[in-house]
Design a protein around this ligand. Structure first.
Ligand SMILES: Cc1cc2nc3c(=O)[nH]c(=O)nc-3n(C[C@H](O)[C@H](O)[C@H](O)COP(=O)(O)OP(=O)(O)OC[C@H]3O[C@@H](n4cnc5c(N)ncnc54)[C@H](O)[C@@H]3O)c2cc1C
Length: 540
């Protein structure tokens, strides 16, 4: 079944209209940074599906990677990123982002972000830098120990709130992008107060984050349902690398509780991974042991769980200095304490979970998508920085760099666009979801949970042709079901987006017959030079 262009019928004469120079969809670090890049002479409307502080950005723990130590080298950060990306990074993009990192950190400091400082008097005023898996040097700046994202988001929100030209609408769900003459002209949105509204914009920036919520086991908050990828796909933009979901190796696993990330920085500080028998297994899998890139550690954990017939493995920090660990990881210490676990003494049960989406909407160096008038930044994109596997702490950096570029680019384009606004004719107004199925109630949570379980079982850390074909068959059935009816609530549109994005992910995963980065095919266990290219999608 072909994905329809619009989830609801757009009737311009029956809805409210709003005009803005720049529309930004998403209020994580990418969206906030983009808003701050727009000159105050232009109006900005920024919308978020939930509260401003509910995002992957606000959850980020470990930190942000940048060459800040005089003994560190850009070349080494570039090399580490390329190695993790398993041959699919775009080297120009990697160079650009990494060389820009110190500037982006400096901007954050001027906006009031407090990074943790080195403790000794000689280096007072210097940012304390830690190390994470795949990095050859200590280059991760962090804040409040393990609450880096929250601190950066706090400072950015404060700066955004001070700008007269930026209007923020929270609890506002984007239903679809609006296009006219195959150019993006804004979005169709909904909130409780104004109902369905067409927001017409000279330029639109998509910053809707990732898709971890497509999986049963995930570190992502509830907003990460892959909406932006589905919106862009329906509007005709190109997407790529959709088979590459990064599974974080260490997610706290306590059955019945929500999953919490245990930051990689903990392994950077010397934590060991052990199995149920207390055996430290990582050196058997990779010479970098616990500091190997995430795909390797996740696969090793799943293997070890299978070998030991156990639902999880454990992290142990019992051999490290207890006072330092308490001070360094206060947030995670608190989470563990809720379950009666003492981070400094007990074995912490962990297993992998869906964490970061490497694929998404294709963007160029400036954040321009293939759809004129649409820009994108952050986790919703495929910029070429991460390739097949993101290096730890490179994604906050990407969100800042591309947020800044997209904001500047969209603002320049908006200035050149005619100032007069009128409601344009939209493309394909009749290509909407049909109301074929009678209006009986649908249990959204039931379909969502079934989809998440299917993705975890069949499209998880390890996949094969059979598991992926089964997943496609099942998703096709759900597609017909959820696209056969028009919904009038965010839960319904979210479900339709989840099904659309999941389908693209599974199709790519089936097509790529090799193992590379975050994509492990047990029927094709080797990396294959034949697949040294990207898989792209576009709704035709
Ligand atoms: C637990 C955790 C820890 C992490 N730790 C780190 C780390 O230490 N270092 C690092 O570099 N990266 C880390 N990451 C990854 C990093 O946080 C994200 O990749 C990055 O913050 C993404 O930023 P973003 O602005 O693109 O998206 P997000 O921060 O996810 O923001 C997305 C925004 O889009 C909005 N939105 C979504 N759909 C819609 C819609 N339909 N309509 C309107 N609005 C919508 C949401 O409401 C939200 O405001 C971590 C991620 C998690 C989950």
């Amino acid at each position: 079944m072909k994905t329809p262009r619009y989830l609801v019928a757009v009737h311009p004469q029956r809805i409210a209209h709003r005009f803005t120079d720049i529309l930004i969809i998403g209020g994580g670090i990418a969206g906030l940074r983009a808003a701050l890049a727009v000159p105050e002479s232009l109006s900005v409307t920024l919308i978020t599906k939930d509260q401003l502080d509910c995002s992957n950005s606000a959850k980020a723990q470990g930190g942000i990677a940048a060459v800040l130590d005089p003994l560190d080298k850009f070349e080494d950060h570039v090399r580490d990123t390329l190695v993790a990306g398993a041959g699919l990074c775009d080297q120009d993009v990697v160079e650009m982002v990494i060389r820009e990192a110190p500037l982006r950190i400096h901007e954050l400091l001027t906006w009031g972000t407090h990074f943790d400082q080195k403790a000794d008097a000689k280096t007072e005023g210097h940012i304390s830098l830690s190390r994470e898996g795949g990095h050859s040097y200590n280059r991760i700046a962090h804040a409040n120990g393990d609450a880096t994202g929250k601190e950066i988001v706090r400072a950015l929100i404060e700066s955004v709130r001070h700008r007269q030209n930026i209007q923020v609408y929270e609890q506002t769900c984007t239903i679809d992008l609006l296009t006219s003459n195959r150019e993006c002209r804004g979005a169709f949105v909904w909130n409780e107060r104004f109902g369905q509204t067409a927001v017409w914009a000279k330029q639109t920036i998509l910053a809707t984050g990732g898709a971890g919520q497509l999986y049963r086991e995930t570190t992502n908050p509830k907003v990460a349902t892959g909406d932006g990828m589905a919106l862009a796909y329906r509007a005709g933009a190109e997407l790529r690398d959709m088979e590459f979901m990064q599974f974080h190796p260490t997610v706290l696993y306590i059955a019945g509780s929500s999953r919490s990330l245990i930051t990689e920085a903990m392994r950077g500080e010397g934590a060991h991974l052990i199995d149920r028998f207390g055996y430290r297994f990582m050196p058997d899998y990779d010479s970098r042991a616990e500091l190997a890139p995430r795909d390797i550690v996740s696969r090793a954990i799943v293997d070890q769980m299978e070998k030991t017939k156990h639902s999880n493995v454990y992290l142990t920090l019992a051999h490290l200095d207890a006072d330092y660990i308490r001070h360094r990881f206060p947030g995670i210490g608190e989470v563990c304490a809720k379950f009666g676990l003492d981070l400094t003494k007990d074995r912490i049960p962990v297993r992998p979970g869906a964490h970061y989406m490497m694929g998404g909407v294709t963007v160029d160096h400036e954040g321009r998508t293939t759809l004129p008038g649409l820009w994108a930044a952050g986790e919703v994109t495929s910029s070429g920085l991460h390739g097949a596997n993101r290096l730890a702490s490179n994604s906050l950096l990407e969100a800042l760099v591309y947020g800044a570029h997209a904001g500047v680019g969209a603002a320049a384009a908006a200035t050149q666009t005619d100032g007069l606004f009128q409601v344009p004719e939209i493309d394909d107004p009749d290509d909407t979801v049909e109301k074929m199925i009678p209006d009986e109630t649908i249990v959204y949570a039931d379909v969502q949970n079934a989809l998440k379980s299917l993705m975890w079982r069949n499209v998880g850390v390890r996949r094969d042709a059979q598991s992926l074909s089964d997943a496609i068959e099942q998703i096709d059935i759900w597609s017909r079901f959820v696209y056969g009816r028009q919904f009038d609530s965010p839960e319904g549109w979210e479900l339709q987006n989840m099904v659309c994005t999941a389908k693209l992910m599974v199709k790519s995963a089936l097509e790529r017959q090799e193992t590379r980065g975050g994509h492990t095919r047990i029927d094709y266990p080797e990396q294959d030079p034949k697949w040294h290219h990207r898989i792209t999608h576009r709704r035709c």
